[in-house]
Unconditional design. Structure first.
Length: 603
């Protein structure tokens, strides 16, 4: 590592932010509790429960990386949400989760910005800050400038699926709720400013992964005004923003919000981001935090950094970092490799030739693949039976409230329920799945289509029970595994399976092995397990081992997916197949049902 690397790197960051090309591309280390504690081999809950431990561990990491990581109070997602009144659950792995509690307009009316001396984890974070400041503040700056966006806070206290459906169904509800969470953000930031001293309050880091799940149009309507009001209230502050979900489709909105530095995820193509907003926003991030930084080798890290610099280093405005927070278990040598790669590939005079090389490599790759064709969103499939067309189109456009009218008409006309499923629901959800993959619709529309297909199935199910001629394609049980509470991906898989004609049982999030065993005893032939956190992979294995111990493993096929899962995990946990997305899941499920019905044994 270079001598005096901290100050040098910081000067380069300032140059990058001014869209100058520094002598070398800088980097940034965004650390998190699980990362600090795994690196220093300390139980993660000791870190969150004790500010003394938190500081000790952060200092150890800071020393290991020559002062390049921050010292900061850290209580993750618990701060703003608990201040709004949410109950927080902590898993043994140190991951916090928010219990949604906003159900009605009256619930919103009751929400109040609390007195910050009695505001759950928000009160605690000020105590943590004061302690850290007193202990080390004279020598090391203590960062206290980060807040979860009012959009994300509102989504969590409402429940994400309900919230995204509200965006389409009840926009007034969303605006009313985010007004309350915005008031909290402003109060919190003002109190922070007072605590650190106005002269030291020079930067705000707003974080908001959940802003990526809406379209650009929805972003402009609902999210952008929140950001503008926050940044507008602190005009002297640098405007930093973190969103590590796939922000490809809202990039322009982010630039329009006046964000200066954007910490972005690995799913966004850096060349695309550079082209769209690279002259207005300084880009930070993009090195895949799990696949490369945590699970890869130093050579993988080097190659990834080389590619990012090649695609987006020219013209300044680039800082290399993990495309997310550094995760639990990330080896220190991979972080060293990231820093070294900036030195090796980020030199100002080498940027043009690197860009040429990386561009020609990308062109070669593109020639080998084909680009997805855009599917017209407005396409209305029409067959020979108007009622079927009507149902299919109502599902595609998510009109679940009136869908029973054409459905009743179809049934009265004598159209068998199986035909409704095969000719309306399955093709509609297929189409919706493709629109979603092509980013022509987003989570809110996907959820509305799922609601519409559920509304149809709800009416058909009781009829189908007594109808011998009707068969579902098979029974599928889907869960997010124990201690993982991410459910956006799981819910998409669920809808697509339902749309694919399967009978689907939702086992929810944080699902214990026993519930999965029960589902297989109740006839589930396919078990779909989602894991987004790497820390829960042992729980996925435990669920499958339990099925084995109970003598049920041969009765089902197990599909796995989610950000924490890679193809080798299939063997490690004893599953049958890895699926990259929901569409692959449906195809695999159909294939496995075929095998099971032929009585073929697991290989
Ligand atoms: C959105 C998000 C959140 C939201 C979740 C909201 C919700 N209701 O789910 C919020 C902000 C609340 C959150 C919280 C946390 N998160 Co989070 N989160 C993400 C983020 C940005 C996107 C995940 C997502 O929803 N993607 C969109 C969906 C559609 O994609 P998907 O899940 O991959 O699903 C698709 C496929 O994978 C597949 N699939 C998925 N499952 C299955 C199953 C089957 C059977 C099949 C067939 C297919 C399939 O099909 C889906 C559709 O095509 C990721 C980073 C990223 N870019 O992935 C981090 C990420 C997953 N989170 C992370 C972390 C650390 C956390 C927290 C611990 C943060 C904290 N410090 O508290 C908590 C975890 C709490 C807990 N106990 O679970 C880390 C995980 C790191 C690790 N070591 O594993 C990530 C990777 C970010 C990072 N640091 O890099 N998070």
């Amino acid at each position: 590592m270079e001598d005096n690397i901290g100050p040098k790197n910081w000067n380069r960051i300032q140059a990058a932010m001014a869209f100058e090309e520094p002598d070398q591309v800088p980097f940034f280390l965004h650390s998190s509790g699980p990362f600090h504690t795994s690196l220093n081999q300390v139980p993660v809950m000791d870190y969150y429960n004790s500010v003394e431990k938190m500081l000790e561990v952060q200092q150890a990491t800071n020393k290991r990386f020559n002062g390049l990581t921050a010292i900061a109070p850290d209580l993750s997602m618990a701060i703003e949400t608990s201040a709004m009144g949410a109950e927080i659950t902590w898993t043994s792995d140190g991951n916090s989760w928010v219990q949604p509690f906003v159900k009605t307009e009256e619930d919103i009316e009751k929400l109040e910005v609390p007195d910050l001396d009695d505001a759950a984890y928000m009160t605690k974070v000020f105590e943590y800050y004061r302690y850290m400041k007193e202990k080390v503040g004279k020598v090391t700056p203590v960062a206290f400038n980060s807040t979860h966006s009012p959009w994300g806070v509102a989504a969590l206290i409402r429940g994400t699926s309900e919230f995204f459906a509200d965006v389409v169904e009840n926009p007034g509800f969303v605006k009313k709720l985010t007004r309350k969470t915005l008031d909290l953000s402003l109060t919190y930031l003002r109190a922070m400013q007072e605590a650190v001293g106005p002269e030291n309050f020079t930067r705000i880091l707003l974080w908001d992964d959940l802003a990526s799940f809406v379209s650009l149009e929805q972003f402009r309507e609902f999210v952008l005004p929140l950001y503008e009001e926050i940044f507008g209230a602190f005009p002297q502050c640098e405007r930093w923003y973190h969103n590590d979900a796939d922000a490809t489709y809202i990039l322009e909105g982010i630039a329009d919000a006046g964000i200066q530095v954007f910490h972005y995820g690995y799913e966004v193509d850096p060349a695309f981001a550079k082209e769209k907003i690279g002259d207005r926003v300084c880009l930070v991030g993009n090195v895949p935090p799990l696949a490369v930084l945590r699970n890869g080798t130093p050579v993988d890290v080097e190659n990834s950094v080389r590619e990012i610099i090649g695609k987006s280093g020219k013209g300044g405005g680039l800082i290399i970092a993990a495309g997310g927070y550094l995760d639990e278990g990330t080896p220190a040598e991979n972080i060293d490799a990231m820093i070294r790669a900036c030195e090796k590939y980020g030199k100002k005079d080498g940027l043009s030739s690197l860009q040429e090389q990386v561009e020609s490599e990308a062109a070669e790759k593109e020639e080998a693949g084909t680009r997805a064709e855009a599917i017209p969103t407005e396409e209305r499939v029409s067959g020979e039976i108007p009622e079927i067309d009507h149902i299919r189109n109502a599902v595609i456009s998510g009109q679940y409230k009136d869908i029973q009218i054409p459905l009743r008409q179809a049934l009265e006309k004598g159209i068998p329920p199986q035909n409704v499923i095969d000719e309306a629901i399955v093709p509609a959800m297929d189409h919706v799945g493709q629109l979603f993959s092509n980013a022509q619709i987003f989570i809110p529309e996907m959820l509305m289509a799922a609601k519409a297909s559920e509304a149809v199935l709800e009416i058909l199910s009781p009829i189908m029970v007594g109808d011998q001629a009707v068969k579902s394609k098979g029974k599928v049980a889907i869960a997010t595994v124990k201690e993982d509470l991410h459910d956006i991906g799981k819910n998409i898989v669920l809808s697509m399976m339902q749309g694919g004609g399967f009978e689907v049982v939702d086992l929810g999030v944080d699902c214990p092995a026993e519930k999965i065993v029960e589902a297989v005893r109740d006839g589930a032939q396919i078990v779909g397990l989602s894991a987004v956190l790497t820390t829960v992979l042992p729980n996925m294995k435990e669920a499958i081992d339990t099925l084995e111990r109970e003598g049920l493993r041969e009765k089902c096929r197990i599909l796995i997916g989610g950000a924490a899962v890679t193809p080798p995990v299939v063997e490690q946990v004893g599953a049958d197949a890895y699926c990259r997305n929901a569409g692959e899941g449906v195809t695999m499920a159909k294939e496995f049902i075929g095998q099971l019905s032929k009585g073929s044994r697991k290989k």
